[in-house]
Design a protein around this ligand. Structure first.
Ligand SMILES: Cc1cc2nc3c(=O)[nH]c(=O)nc-3n(C[C@H](O)[C@H](O)[C@H](O)COP(=O)(O)OP(=O)(O)OC[C@H]3O[C@@H](n4cnc5c(N)ncnc54)[C@H](O)[C@@H]3O)c2cc1C
Length: 822
């Protein structure tokens, strides 16, 4: 026996304990037993075993004696930690403490409890919500003429505004007691998806009052009088709200708003009252030009100490009725030809009474906390839902068009180049819809999903932009030429708007996802930070010691797990799922451990500097995001009863996620500034190299095939879209033609064969058909089918053209007359 065999055995047992995350005491005991047992079995002398055991005990026993460990190890480390930890600004503290932690916390734990995910209730719509989707939403879609809205009116027509108000589309989040619809987040999401599958302008108009804005803020913080007055009026559209935070000098850095209010006495409705004199310059404010009430964020000062002894009270929120004297409102911005109402709001020395502060004077200075807390809910729904609606429609439209449009004698969807783009559309649409469903479900479970909402906002809008790009490419000139026949152009133009609003995407990825995730979701980091805030030293030391040693054990466990999964290519481990998905759960276990290990290492080595290493932080955020997206897809697959037909979509999207995670981690390692640490980490994370592959061409072909013909998987992808083949819905009509277009394909082949014989001499299509029929090459029925498909599909490959004066007239007078040609 080698002298070190018992030690190796003890070490292996310790690794096993680390893998399963036993307590330090159990690990110590198990390692000691292994050391003695292996020593005895291998025939070592008692002396040798005794010496090894003493050395072992000298190392591990002190760690198990709480008082010794605290005094000798944790106390000095606490001193260092207090010195190196960057102090957080009030704004950062508020942002970090806002919201709740849901399943994303499991992903950051390195050892996700999948049962926790799978036990979550299946999100479903109530009967009333379903009826609303099939009733008023369907009717609304039927009324929408997006070309009229985006080109001729640059606004919704009055009857559409009236319809929205009458059916309370603007009050979906307002409780019934105030006259609202009180819809679940899932229903709210479904409504937005359906509307956005047809018109981004209408969808934004509906989304904004139901997102972060006066209603949401009043519900949480409003005084009783404010709620009683405003909520019923907001619910039925008597009031149109907007919320003004952004200004020329405060965009992404919203807390830097220079807009201010001074507490003073002033006149209001003929009486002298205590209030605020406001000076502000806001821009980009959605619905502002038509708003009847403006929610305003500003910094409140009280130089005469009229409210208390603080002169700078901080960010505060107020409601300004449109008729407030001096309010400049009504001018419009023009966001990329998607003309929802949006414009600036300005004011100088405008007076409003304190009763107009949201929540009254008690909430003065609490504005930032109020906004951040509400933002996690609104952001989880509005943009991810709009992105999901556009993506669903992009998938349905691109699949149908690729089947109907023929070039080189074939449906373009059969060309491998187009197939590749279709596969991306299908895979991303599957991912986005699962993601938006997951965040809406989190809101319905009562969570305030701060980190998932940032993930969903960023990834849903980025992936939707990719879908838009591929859809445009597949449609060629058909996507480029604007007009009533174009169903893609406006959605494509809307993509950068979604990228910019509610936290611009570069910042969301670089600063927020990992930044918030690392602190909010990590099982120990927030505890350590909170521990050092404790004023009593012994309490502080005790809390810090607990968090620190938990953290160390956590790090060791993640290192062991990462390495184990790396060398076994994540082929082992107890996980849920079926034959197809078990390996997916194992892969996610691997990347969860890798993320936790790499995140800890980055925080330990780079400390506060990591905050400024945005490229590293963004990549770590990508790993967290893709873990979340992949989990959302697996949950969706389970909730929908494991439909085998969806497996190509799930597989494509899953491999794409895993490949992205590998690329992101590799990027962290290649760019990690402390090279020896990066080398060590590479050995632990990728002991066999980078072996994840992007989705294969074969898999892509299967996804493309799903998009190009009617089937249950495609139906699920197209759920909550407006597919009625109505006159205002080209995609709906094109989709309805798809079965006939497919049935016509074998007949077309027969017809082409007949053409090649040279016996058909007619030049025009109907003449050729008649001759083919006369020659017996096709039957009467087949002839009718070809004629029908040829005539019907002509509309879908047609584009609009304009008399140039008509186009000028559209600009000058908001009118145009159109003529459509192929
Ligand atoms: C159509 C539209 C509607 C809007 N509606 C409203 C509304 O209703 N109410 C309202 O208050 N606001 C609204 N906004 C404002 C919107 O939220 C801001 O546009 C957004 O916050 C970004 O600010 P900015 O445009 O000034 O860009 P900037 O802040 O100037 O950002 C420019 C770029 O720098 C990046 N960046 C900034 N800081 C960082 C950082 N620390 N790390 C990495 N990258 C960074 C951003 O990601 C972005 O890519 C709207 C904007 C638009 C365009």
């Amino acid at each position: 026996m080698h002298n070190w065999t018992p030690l190796v055995a003890a070490l292996l047992v310790s690794f096993g304990c680390a893998y399963f995350r036993t307590s330090l005491r159990i690990c110590t005991g198990a390692a000691a037993v292994a050391l003695i047992a292996v020593g005895l079995l291998a025939g070592a002398s008692w002396l040798a075993i005794g010496i090894t055991a003493v050395v072992f005990a000298l190392i591990v026993v002190p760690l198990n004696i709480d008082s010794f460990r605290r005094k000798r190890i944790s106390a000095p480390l606490l001193n260092i930690y207090q010195k190196i930890t960057p102090t957080l600004s009030e704004t950062e503290k508020v942002a970090l403490e806002a919201g709740t932690v849901g399943f994303e916390g499991e992903l950051f734990s390195g050892k996700p409890d999948w049962n926790q995910l799978l036990r979550q209730p299946v999100p479903t719509l109530s009967v009333e919500e379903k009826a609303f989707l099939d009733g008023p939403v369907e009717e609304l879609c039927h009324m929408i003429n997006d070309w009229q809205i985006t080109h001729e009116l640059a606004d919704l027509p009055p009857e559409l505004w009236d319809f929205l108000k009458k059916h309370k589309f603007l009050g979906m989040i307002i409780p019934k007691e105030y006259g609202g619809l009180q819809f679940s987040a899932l229903a709210h999401s479904a409504v937005l998806q359906k509307i956005n599958s047809l018109s981004a302008t209408v969808a934004v108009t509906v989304a904004v009052p139901n997102s972060l804005g006066p209603a949401e803020l009043l519900l949480h913080y409003g005084t009783k009088e404010q709620k009683d007055h405003y909520l019923p009026r907001l619910a039925d559209g008597r009031e149109i709200p907007c919320f003004a935070l952004t200004g020329p000098y405060a965009g992404s850095d919203a807390t830097s708003i220079p807009d201010y209010g001074i507490v003073c006495k002033g006149e209001w409705n003929g009486a002298s009252v205590l209030g605020v004199k406001l000076t502000f310059d806001k821009r980009y404010i959605t619905l502002a030009p038509v708003a009847s009430v403006v929610g305003l964020a500003f910094r409140l000062y009280d130089p005469e100490a009229l409210l208390g002894d603080k002169s700078d009270l901080g960010i505060t929120l107020a409601l300004l009725p449109r008729e407030t004297k001096g309010l400049e409102i009504g001018r419009r911005h023009f966001p990329l030809n998607v003309p929802f109402q949006n414009g600036p709001v300005r004011g100088k020395d405008i007076f409003v009474p304190l009763s107009q502060l949201i929540g009254g004077p008690e909430m003065a200075g609490q504005g930032w906390r109020m906004l951040v807390e509400c933002l996690s809910v609104g952001r989880a729904i509005s943009l991810p839902s709009n992105a999901a609606g556009a993506s669903r429609m992009g998938a349905i439209a691109s699949g149908a068009y690729a089947r109907i449009r023929k070039q080189f004698g074939m449906a373009i969807g059969r060309f491998e180049g187009v197939e590749e783009a279709l596969a991306r559309i299908g895979g991303y649409a599957y991912a986005i819809t699962a993601l938006s469903r997951a965040t809406a479900a989190a809101v319905d479970r009562g969570e305030k999903p701060a980190v998932p909402s940032a993930i969903a906002k960023y990834h849903a809008t980025e992936l939707a932009r990719e879908i838009g790009k591929d859809a445009m490419d597949i449609h060629g000139g058909k996507g480029v030429i604007l007009g009533p026949k174009n169903y893609l152009g406006r959605a494509w133009q809307a993509a950068p708007i979604a990228i910019t609003v509610e936290g611009a995407n570069i910042m969301t990825r670089s600063l927020m996802i990992f930044g918030q995730g690392a602190i909010r979701c990590h099982p120990f980091v927030l505890k350590e930070m909170q521990a050092v805030q404790l004023t009593d030293y012994s309490e502080r030391l005790r809390a810090f010691d607990r968090a620190l040693f938990g953290h160390i054990g956590f790090g060791i466990s993640n290192a062991v797990r990462s390495f184990f999964y790396g060398v076994t290519a994540a082929k082992f481990g107890f996980v849920p799922g079926d034959k197809a998905t078990r390996r997916y759960y194992r892969k996610l276990n691997r990347y969860a451990a890798a993320l936790a290990l790499m995140a800890d290492t980055a925080m330990l080595v780079l400390g506060g500097k990591l905050k400024f290493k945005e490229k590293l932080s963004a990549r770590l955020g990508d790993v967290l995001s893709n873990l979340y997206i992949a989990s959302a897809m697996l949950k969706r697959y389970e909730d929908q009863g494991r439909p085998a037909a969806d497996l190509p979509l799930l597989a494509w999207a899953f491999h794409d996620c895993v490949h992205r995670m590998q690329t992101a981690l590799d990027g962290v390692l290649r760019n990690f500034p402390v090279r020896p640490v990066a080398w060590l980490m590479r050995g632990l994370l990728f002991p066999l190299g980078r072996r994840e592959e992007a989705p294969s061409d074969r898999l892509g072909r299967r996804v493309a095939a799903i998009l190009c013909s009617p089937n249950e998987s495609r139906d699920r992808l197209g759920e909550w879209t407006y597919l009625t083949p109505a006159p205002n819905n080209t995609i709906g009509r094109m989709n309805a033609l798809l079965p006939d277009a497919i049935a016509a394909e074998p007949v077309e082949r027969k017809f082409m064969k007949a053409l090649k014989t040279g016996k058909i001499t007619a030049r025009d299509y109907s003449g050729q058909l008649a001759e083919a029929l006369a020659l017996g090459a096709i039957t009467q029925e087949e002839c009718k089918l070809l004629d029908h498909v040829h005539t019907a599909s002509f509309e879908f490959i047609s584009v609009d053209d304009f008399d140039s004066r008509e186009l000028e007239a559209a600009v000058k007078h908001g009118k145009t007359v159109l003529r459509s040609v192929a």
